[in-house]
Write a protein that binds this ligand. Structure first.
Ligand SMILES: [Zn+2]
Length: 490
């Protein structure tokens, strides 16, 4: 039944720009401070206080816009969005309406449906349109005590006036996973260009979704439902999935879908109606008289464009081509800029991309994860890891020994050569020493030797094992193979 229908999804994402001070005043934007300690007459909305635009906000918004291929308007207008709410002391929010900061962008990214166990089924590159990115101030936060019949409510205005970029997509997503992959990409990109910390738990990145269903191939959109406050990737995907099923079932049953706002309830894995269209606000937008039009100079745009780092998707593609990595490895390595930088710092001196990817994605990631450390602060430097890879490639140590070496380097911060010496010397590669082990292995196993020479060549592995044991695991396996072969045939 589900194949008969398709979903139409659009996302509205609020990203907090990482400035030290608020958008229209000098108050701090620090998260977690004493409630109402970061406030002043401007962000408290006191009469007569006037907003002054924070220049850093313009630069950060421009970096985000450029990274998302948006066109930045030379002139944009701030408007008042009027509504009454206890955490909005002015009675309006300064936002942008009919002349936004930037418009008409897009991203082209890999996306895939997932199977039951959560694995991607088939990655395809798709283009998703971005309608606009505009600037606005955040509202405060209401805290209710003793829910559900809240006996007390508090208002914290530390967040009032924090700069936000609202990024509105086109209704281009046809499944929950497309929306999920887009949101992931957006977060990664904002982190790459350094304008948002991407912390969804602290509310630095928030997502609302519009979703409707229609019979596949139909041109007209179905009635859209708005899902509010989807504050994790998991919730976004699950809420969309639930909502698509709910709407299809309703349409199949001949019911009319009301236009409404719904909330995701994680405990019950359901969406609930919050308010209907009839209760929707009329915001009575009008231009903000206290702020002049925002002019974004072409020179600034050119300068910021030139400074833009290589973006995650471009970098992932380059990793596949230049280093011949798999799609998955390249995707994981470019997940953060720190990880991608680290990888390239290992590849340059070691010249071995495959090994660099393996060591970083397995052993190093495991160590960092268990210690809760970001790769940018890894106790094992990229140069140290490169040295270790060179030791393996030159036959100085075996891959098996290297695991031990890596852990010791990670813990002690000492160079590879020193650690190798400490744990009992490096790999034995010289033929004379290996021949001694081989001779010993053959002499102490005459029965197996006879069987081998009688045609039971499968016993070769047995002899390799004996040699490795005699050498304490230090014999170079390649040399062992050669010497042993000669000895057994001889
Ligand atoms: Zn303030």
């Amino acid at each position: 039944m589900r194949d008969k229908y398709e979903a139409v999804i659009g996302l509205e994402i609020h990203a907090q720009l990482k400035t030290d001070s608020k958008i229209f005043c000098g108050c701090s934007t620090r998260f977690g401070d004493e409630p109402n300690s970061n406030t002043c007459p401007v962000c408290l909305g006191l009469p007569g206080a006037l907003p002054v635009m924070n220049r850093r906000v313009i630069e950060m918004a421009a970096r985000a816009a450029l990274a998302l291929n948006l066109n930045i308007n030379h002139e944009s207008i701030f408007s008042r969005k009027n509504y009454f709410y206890p955490d909005l002391p002015k009675g309006y929010q300064i936002s942008q309406y009919d002349q936004p900061f930037s418009e008409r962008g897009w991203v082209e990214i890999p996306t895939s449906e997932r199977n039951e166990s959560g694995h991607a089924t088939e990655w395809q590159t798709k283009r998703f349109g971005i309608t606009r990115l505009h600037l606005e101030e955040d509202a405060g936060k209401s805290l209710h005590e003793g829910m559900p019949d809240a006996s007390k409510s508090y208002v914290d205005l530390n967040r009032s006036g924090v700069p936000l970029a609202e990024i509105v997509s086109e209704p281009d997503f046809r499944s929950s996973w497309e929306a999920y992959d887009y949101m992931q990409y957006l977060r990664r990109t904002l982190l790459y260009v350094g304008v948002c910390d991407g912390n969804m738990e602290e509310g630095s990145l928030r997502c609302d979704a519009n979703v409707s269903v229609r019979v596949r191939g139909a041109e007209k959109f179905g009635t859209k439902v708005e899902l509010k406050n989807l504050n994790s990737f998991k919730f976004l995907q699950k809420a969309l999935e639930y909502e698509i099923d709910r709407q299809i079932a309703a349409v199949e049953a001949g019911e009319k879908i009301p236009q409404e706002t719904r909330l995701w309830n994680e405990r019950e894995s359901k969406t609930y109606a919050m308010r209907s269209k009839e209760e929707a606000h009329d915001y009575r937008y009008f231009p903000e008289p206290d702020l002049p039009p925002l002019i974004t100079a072409e020179e600034l745009i050119q300068k910021l464009r030139a400074e833009l780092p290589e973006l995650p998707e471009a970098r992932r593609r380059r990793f596949v081509e230049e280093y011949e990595l798999s799609f998955e490895d390249a995707a994981q390595l470019t997940d953060s800029r720190g990880m991608a930088d680290y990888f390239e710092e290992v590849v340059r001196p070691s010249g071995n991309a495959k090994a660099a990817a393996n060591w970083i994605l397995n052993e190093l990631t495991r160590e960092l994860k268990s210690a809760g450390i970001d790769i940018a602060h890894s106790p094992l430097s990229a140069l140290q890891l490169a040295e270790m890879i060179k030791l393996i490639d030159s036959g100085g140590i075996s891959g098996k020994m290297a695991k031990d070496v890596l852990i010791r380097m990670y813990q002690s911060g000492r160079p590879a050569e020193e650690v190798v010496r400490e744990i009992g010397g490096s790999q034995v590669s010289d033929e004379a020493s290996i021949r001694a082990f081989v001779d010993q292995a053959i002499q102490s196993n005459p029965r197996q030797l006879e069987q081998y020479r009688g045609g039971k060549t499968g016993l070769f592995g047995f002899f390799v094992g004996q040699v490795m044991k005699l050498s304490g695991g230090r014999a170079n396996p390649q040399v062992v193979n050669e010497v042993l072969k000669n000895a057994l045939e001889g």
